[in-house]
Design a binder for this molecule. Structure first.
Ligand SMILES: CC(C)(COP(=O)(O)OP(=O)(O)OC[C@H]1O[C@@H](n2cnc3c(N)ncnc32)[C@H](O)[C@@H]1OP(=O)(O)O)[C@@H](O)C(=O)NCCC(=O)NCCS
Length: 166
């Protein structure tokens, strides 16, 4: 499988993750506020293992992870990606941004671009899930046009699942 193609939005540049992103990924993974609903902060070994998983050939078309940079200053601000949900095999949208960049619409801008790109590849449906308390994440789903779909057990947690169709 090829690497995910670069994507550009008015304020952001989304590039395929590479080995050079370890420090940025780990900085994101080290923030308690970011990892609050994602099983807590990671060690550097866990971040390295995660990056290796991201860099391994994507398991299927339409899957992949992007590092998100701000076009104005090239700063790494977060990540966005698509993977196959272990529980259902559906394409699942994921995102996390450094807390210094919350509240500026970057997550919505990046997630909307990844969603559009995924549908352009012919993927018919994309889901996203969050814990009920993760209201910021649920708001991103709503703002990019996803709709409440079901509650489901995912990642060993009771999640709210949203979805969108291409
Ligand atoms: C989920 C997460 C990415 C959402 O971040 P966020 O900052 O709330 O989302 P956005 O960056 O899109 O910002 C949305 C806010 O920016 C505002 N905004 C939207 N477009 C904007 C623009 N063009 N310029 C400035 N502000 C804008 C919106 O009004 C919204 O603010 P509101 O709360 O007043 O409605 C963030 O909370 C996060 O990284 N959490 C940790 C990881 C995580 O839980 N991921 C999801 C796992 S399910």
């Amino acid at each position: 499988m090829p690497l995910p193609v670069p994507l550009t939005t008015p304020r952001l540049f989304l590039e395929a993750f590479g080995p050079e992103h370890l420090a940025d990924l780990h900085a994101l993974n080290s923030e308690p506020a970011v990892m609050r609903f994602l099983d807590g902060v990671r060690t550097i070994e866990q971040s390295r293992a995660e990056l290796e998983r991201i860099l391994a050939a994507p398991a299927s078309p339409g899957c992949g992870g992007w590092a998100v940079r701000r076009r104005a200053d090239s700063l790494f601000i977060g990540r966005c990606g698509i993977k196959k949900a272990a529980e259902t095999g559906e394409h699942e949208l994921l995102y996390a941004f450094k807390s210094a960049f919350w509240g500026q619409g970057y997550a919505v801008e990046a997630a909307a671009a990844v969603l559009r790109h995924t549908f352009s590849l012919g993927v018919p449906i994309v889901i996203a899930c969050a814990l009920p308390a993760n209201t910021a994440s649920l708001a991103v789903m709503q703002r990019i046009g996803m709709v409440w779909t079901r509650r489901a057990r995912m990642y060993d947690e009771d999640m709210i699942v949203y979805s969108a169709r291409g």
